[in-house]
Design a protein around this ligand. Structure first.
Ligand code: MG
Length: 279
């Protein structure tokens, strides 16, 4: 396997078989999967899904746990709906994450990743303590399956995330680094952030975006190479910190345009890998 093999982030739906064929034909050796909707987690669809993934010959590097009822429309919506932050859904989402891990184990995924929501800055905040306990419970469940739990970056600064990882104190707590999120949430320069988090990075989302235009808003996502990440400097930094894991193209739009943007992103990343002598 070459260094930094390319992949895409795919959701599970009725057209998955067709999309897997196109992704494999395009030459992607890896993928991350968004956690399957509930109906795909019970037989007969679970067995069908597992078969599709095995037949695709594409390696699943992570399953991204997403939860019902989440909204990424603006900062307040993220704060009240995303991840393990909302108290009323925390316990059920911990169980959802465990079910996601069981599915991940079925398809030999080494990592489960997730946005857990805005981590409070104050370590004495009861929500901070509740998030630490929730993530410890998930990590301990995953540890029994020899899997990592990867925190998706963006909703807090790299410094705060590093402190949180230290407080959770679990060997299998890692990071899925998304440079565009750092920009879209306005939480810091992704190059500095990835350097600070280097030892924990097990996955990378190749996504682009622009900084927010107003307080309370999120920046917009853009096709790879058309935002403010600076893809070449990002790859150069990944090489410098010794990262050799997958580069997973994420594009938060559905349909044919997503596929076209995956293909354009692949060309861009291949050209830059060649230029930076990453192989
Ligand atoms: Mg992402």
């Amino acid at each position: 396997m070459p260094k930094m093999p390319l992949g895409v982030l795919l959701s599970v739906g009725e057209d998955l078989a067709e999309r897997l064929k196109r992704i494999y034909a395009a030459g992607f050796p890896t993928m991350q999967l968004v956690s399957p909707p509930t109906e795909w987690l019970a037989d007969p669809k679970r067995t069908e899904l597992k078969g599709l993934i095995e037949d695709s010959s594409i390696r699943v590097t992570s399953v991204a746990a997403v939860y019902e009822g989440e909204s990424y429309a603006h900062v307040a919506a993220v704060r009240s709906t995303v991840g393990l932050l909302p108290e009323e859904t925390r316990a059920s989402r911990i169980e959802d994450t465990k079910r996601c891990a069981d599915f991940g184990a079925d398809v030999a995924a080494p990592n489960i990743s997730s946005h857990i929501g805005y981590i409070p800055e104050d370590r004495a905040d009861p929500i901070y303590c509740a998030l630490v306990a929730a993530v410890q419970e998930i990590c301990d469940y995953l540890h029994r399956r020899r899997m990592n739990f990867c925190l998706e970056t963006g909703q807090e600064s790299a410094g705060l995330l590093k402190q949180f990882i230290s407080n959770v104190s679990r060997e299998n707590l890692k990071v899925n680094f998304d440079p565009a999120n750092m920009i879209m949430y306005g939480t810091g320069d992704p190059i500095d952030a990835v350097e600070l988090l280097a030892e924990w990075v097990r996955g990378v989302h190749c996504k682009d975006g622009v900084w927010p235009k107003a307080e309370g808003q999120l920046g917009e996502e853009r096709p790879l190479g058309q935002g403010e990440v600076g893809v070449e400097r990002f790859l150069a930094k990944l090489k410098q910190i010794g990262y050799e894991g997958p580069l997973t193209i994420e594009r938060e739009i559905p349909g044919e345009q997503q596929m076209q943007d995956f293909l354009a992103g692949k060309k861009l990343l291949e050209d830059m890998k060649a230029k930076l002598e990453i192989d």
